[in-house]
Design a protein around this ligand. Structure first.
Ligand code: UDP
Ligand code: MG
Length: 139
């Protein structure tokens, strides 16, 4: 059965461009509720831990540098079929390939600075949520 939670970050480029509000509005409009949320800045080491699966990829250094370059918004979202529906709402990793009306099409600057993160599986949604939030921070 598909899970009902996903994890997201509004990435530094979207925060810098004052797009926290518009992105959260799209998330709520699409039927997601916010279970947990924080505004914070990752160290390069923390960004490296979060993106550990991409450690061997050529873009890892640039990605962790970028993800620690400014504050982000981290959140746990809930909705039926949260992971799949949220991936649809954000669009393809490369914003030039993202469908019209998706968050990345509207707000992403580049394939690296692509406005938002979205979990790719229920299992990773749990792992990523636990990386950022304790049980006392979820409502
Ligand atoms: N990324 C990048 N260059 C690439 C592919 C990915 O800089 O060629 C960055 C981008 O910020 C992306 C993140 O690495 O969101 C994680 O990559 P993944 O393939 O997991 O994409 P996502 O799940 O975020 O769509
Ligand atoms: Mg991914």
């Amino acid at each position: 059965m598909a899970g009902n939670k996903t994890f997201t970050m509004i990435k530094p480029d979207a925060v810098e461009a004052n797009n926290i509000g518009p992105i959260l509005a799209m998330i709520n409009k699409a039927g997601f509720k916010i279970l947990a949320m924080k505004y914070m800045r990752l160290t390069k080491e923390q960004a490296g831990m979060f993106y550990e699966v991409h450690k061997e990829r050529p873009f890892y250094g640039e990605l962790t540098e970028y993800m620690s370059s400014g504050p982000i918004v981290a959140a746990i979202l809930t909705k039926d079929n949260a992971v799949t529906d949220y991936r649809k709402l954000i669009g393809a990793t490369d914003p030039t390939k993202a469908e019209d009306g998706t968050i990345r099409k509207l707000f992403a600057k580049s394939i690296a600075a692509n406005a938002v993160h979205g979990s790719d599986s229920d299992e990773n949604a749990d792992i990523e949520s636990n990386f950022f939030f304790s049980s006392l921070e979820r409502f």
